[in-house]
Design a protein around this ligand. Structure first.
Ligand code: HEC
Length: 142
């Protein structure tokens, strides 16, 4: 190979890598954006999993980090829980379940041990790709 050829080859390889990186990371961004939309606007996980101040505003620094449930059912519901756990990667649930357990929980409504969460946690039966997007988004929360 003459040196000019080598240089062109190297440049082409670098350009190829750059395109690959753009595609790979660009795609991740799209998944996270979709997961954020599903979690915050469709499922509204924060309604129960983010604590609020007295005026009802969310405590932003505690986003999805667990909260007491301030509402009570008008008629008693068996198994009604008064708290929703931290659902960020640093929380105890994630540490026990890992990414896969979190995804499966949103797909099947069941924990890795097969149990359902108590009310008012909804039983979600999401498509796998939607569950994966939500989990990808939750993973971005420190
Ligand atoms: C209407 C309130 C509410 C909403 C909305 C909600 N959760 Fe929950 N969630 C709860 C409560 C309450 C618990 C605690 C249940 C228990 O202790 O059995 C819980 C528990 C969980 C758990 C742990 C389950 C277990 O068995 O330990 C995970 C994971 C979870 N929620 C994820 C989510 C995600 C992700 C979303 C949004 C896609 C969401 N939740 C939306 C109220 C809610």
């Amino acid at each position: 190979m003459d040196s000019m050829y080598k240089l062109r080859f190297a440049l082409a390889a670098i350009a190829g890598l750059a395109v690959f990186a753009l595609l790979a990371f660009g795609q991740d961004d799209a998944v996270i954006t979709r997961g954020k939309y599903l979690a915050e606007e469709v499922a509204r996980c924060q309604d129960c999993h983010t604590p609020k101040m007295d005026n009802g505003a969310y405590i932003r620094s505690q986003w999805m980090k667990g909260s007491t449930i301030s509402v009570m059912p008008a008629a008693p519901v068996t198994g009604w829980k008064s708290a929703a756990p931290d659902i960020t990667p640093n929380g105890a649930v994630w540490k026990r379940w890992n990414d896969e357990g979190m995804i499966n929980f949103l797909v099947t409504g069941k924990s890795p041990r097969g149990g359902k969460a108590g009310s008012p946690m909804p039983t979600y039966n999401l498509k796998k790709e939607d569950a994966e997007a939500i989990v990808a988004f939750l993973k971005t929360i420190q």
